[in-house]
Design a protein around this ligand. Structure first.
Ligand code: PLP
Length: 408
């Protein structure tokens, strides 16, 4: 495409955009399972207005937009309180889980260099850790050392202990991980790091805004937040189960001093004046900060609890359905509504194809071959239909297998 010589009429342009969007996933119908976390029309309407109010501002300079600065402080404060961060804690907002993780890895690298003289830093992460850790290691010059997982699909502690060296700059665990939805043994893993003066990061990008409410619902939640003494940093994404629009995550440090010393970038050798920032971006969109602040205040504890209840209802119905289909099973013991399922009888990817044909966007993964879902509140309304379609897909696949067997 080339820049048009003469600008296109607004109505025509918007019609073109609407037309293009027809090809995209139908997330409003709750038929997609990750990427978007719909929380209902009321929340959508609030998000649109909150974004609109701060569409043009720039969060680079907090002095120019004090309302924005205060919103960031408030979001970090509310998130810290939810995750039991101590008085000494500090944090900032970033554009998403990946940026929060990159900043935590960077801070751990600086800390290891300053406090332990680590020159060839290593990052110890379970194989189930999100690729953002591999990305951070690649960007920041750390060696990624992978911890195998045990039969429960959680980091293998013995292996982790044997992999720690005097060059380990950061150990991490997920709460939960994306592939299986299991939570790593954070108290034990972080103790291994803590005893040696090594930083430990809990990746609660997925669980940070759901596990606290899951716990209040009486569901079993393994320890993962700042109540675990060895956790030094934690990431929690407001744009996932915080239900904000994209571009909003929080990275927290147990010690504000570590945030200032090891994460913040300060540069005074520039004719343009003093420059500082806490994360990768320079100019930062204001709308995600405003939307995160607005949705957290709008929902409050009661709103988040209600949404968690809906996810639990969807989880219960879909998992029970999966377990009732011959040969089909949920992998491991997922903690929330993020999980993978496989079949010992049928080709699970063929079943996935049938689900696609029926309009569901179910994710695929391997190791083992499985389908993957990430439930959001709106899935409670379609759980029965999902199970019925899955059952029909498994049956039709079973029949075609039978037909193939007869003719081969
Ligand atoms: C466990 C976990 N950590 C980190 C991330 C990265 O978050 P983002 O896509 O916002 O960068 C994800 C994304 O799904 C995730 O599931």
């Amino acid at each position: 495409m080339e820049l048009p010589k003469r600008g296109i009429d607004k109505a025509e342009l918007l019609a073109d955009m609407r037309e293009r969007k027809q090809q995209d996933a139908d997330w409003r119908g709750a038929r997609t399972f990750s990427l978007i976390y719909p929380a209902g029309p009321e929340v959508d309407a609030l998000l649109e207005e909150a974004n609109g109010l701060y569409l043009y501002e720039n969060a680079l300079n907090p002095l120019r937009f004090p309302s924005l600065r205060q919103m960031e402080v408030d979001v970090v404060g509310m998130t810290g309180a939810l995750l039991h961060a101590p008085e000494s804690a500090g944090g900032c907002m970033t554009s998403g889980g990946t940026e929060s993780i990159i900043m935590a890895v960077k801070a751990a690298r600086e800390r290891a260099r300053a406090e332990r003289g680590v020159e060839r830093p290593q990052l110890l992460a379970p194989v189930t850790a999100h690729p953002a850790f591999a990305k951070a290691a690649a960007y920041l010059g750390l060696e990624l050392v992978q911890i195998p997982i045990d039969a429960d699909h959680r980091a293998d502690l013995r292996a982790a202990e044997s992999l720690i060296t005097d060059q380990t700059a950061l150990v991490m665990g997920s709460a939960p991980n994306y592939p299986f939805g299991t939570v790593d043994p954070i108290p034990e893993l972080s103790a291994l790091a803590h005893e040696r003066g090594i930083s430990f990061h809990t990746d609660a990008c997925l669980g940070g805004f759901l596990l606290p409410f899951w716990e209040r619902l009486g569901e079993p939640v393994p320890p993962f937040d700042f109540r675990v003494p060895g956790v030094t940093t934690l990431s929690a994404d407001v744009h996932k189960y915080g239900y904000a629009t994209k571009g909003a995550s929080v990275v927290l440090h147990r010690e504000q001093a570590h945030l200032d010393q090891y994460q913040r970038f300060l540069y005074s050798d520039w004719p343009g004046g003093l420059y500082f920032s806490y994360a990768m971006a320079g100019a930062r969109p204001a709308a995600p900060i405003a939307a995160a602040w607005a949705v957290m205040r709008f929902l409050g504890e009661e709103g988040y609890l209600e949404l968690a209840q809906k996810i639990r209802a969807a989880r219960n119905e879909i998992q029970a359905g999966i377990r009732s289909i011959p040969g089909m099973h949920v992998i491991g013991e997922p903690v929330m509504g993020v999980f993978a399922f496989a079949s010992s009888r049928d080709d699970i990817f063929a079943i996935g194809d049938v689900m696609d044909d029926r309009g569901w966007c179910v994710d695929r993964q391997h190791g083992p071959d499985a389908l993957h879902v990430m439930l959001s509140p709106e899935h409670a309304g379609v759980a029965a239909e999902f199970v019925a379609d899955l059952r029909a897909a498994a049956e039709s696949h079973g029949e075609s297998r039978g037909v193939q067997a007869r003719y081969s």
